[in-house]
Design a binder for this molecule. Sequence first.
Ligand SMILES: Nc1ncnc2c1ncn2[C@@H]1O[C@H](COP(=O)(O)OP(=O)(O)O)[C@@H](O)[C@H]1O
Ligand SMILES: [Mg+2]
Length: 242
Amino acid sequence: MIKIEELYKSYDGAMVLSDINLHIPTGESFVILGESGVGKSVLLRQIIGLEKPDSGRIYINQEEITNLREKELRRIRDEIGLLFQENALFDFMTVGENIVLPLYEHNRLAEADFHARALQKMAEVHLEAGKIDKYPNELSGGMKKRAALARTLSLEPQIILYDEPTAGLDPGKSNSICKLIKSLQKNQGTTSVVVTHDLEVALKIADLVAFLYKGRVIFQGTVDEFRQSNTEIIHKFIKGEN
Ligand SMILES: Nc1ncnc2c1ncn2[C@@H]1O[C@H](COP(=O)(O)OP(=O)(O)O)[C@@H](O)[C@H]1O
Ligand SMILES: [Mg+2]
């Protein structure tokens, strides 16, 4: 469960997030939807504690994390996986090495088991085993995304945050990434928080939607409620007029 209360964030006096209140229940797919530049990535960085809000409170599984120190935050971050929009794979490491890197850093596994664990995570994201010794540059966009997701899964997080997981992918690949996100949530019981500007993606993935507009949450509810919203801004967004 993630709860955000009265969160504000500005940079150099420019307000980016205003009075954000969100409730993200355990085990659900929660989509944060909004046009580019409305503050979606900034919001994700506050949730995982990479940045501190100006004010407000963030709770992860009942524990308030807003004022935790770096060392304590690391424990929380182990339970939360973040899939970066740019994947953030290391180009000088193979796919397999990238995937087990978090385990290596955490001393969680004997070196002899790294290979098997990398293969296991690759299978979970439907990435062919033959890619294990390839370098990220040798992979297509869709495969890079899968490799990055496999790395995110390596510590078996309860919560996964996805920042624009389908950006730059063609419609077919985008669709298969959406299906993968959905199946991970269903099969592994993870809480998924997906940030996107793409309505189609939101409708495919979401149990619940929050719509962000100019740094404020102007809607929060089910997909059906979102579709039926009378708010003019949302109406326009759905019709693609924004
Ligand atoms: N570190 C930063 N310093 C100053 N401004 C920032 C910083 N990060 C984001 N912003 C600004 O915050 C706004 C929202 O950015 P962002 O969350 O990246 O939007 P998006 O919804 O596209 O993910 C933008 O105007 C951006 O320029
Ligand atoms: Mg962004």
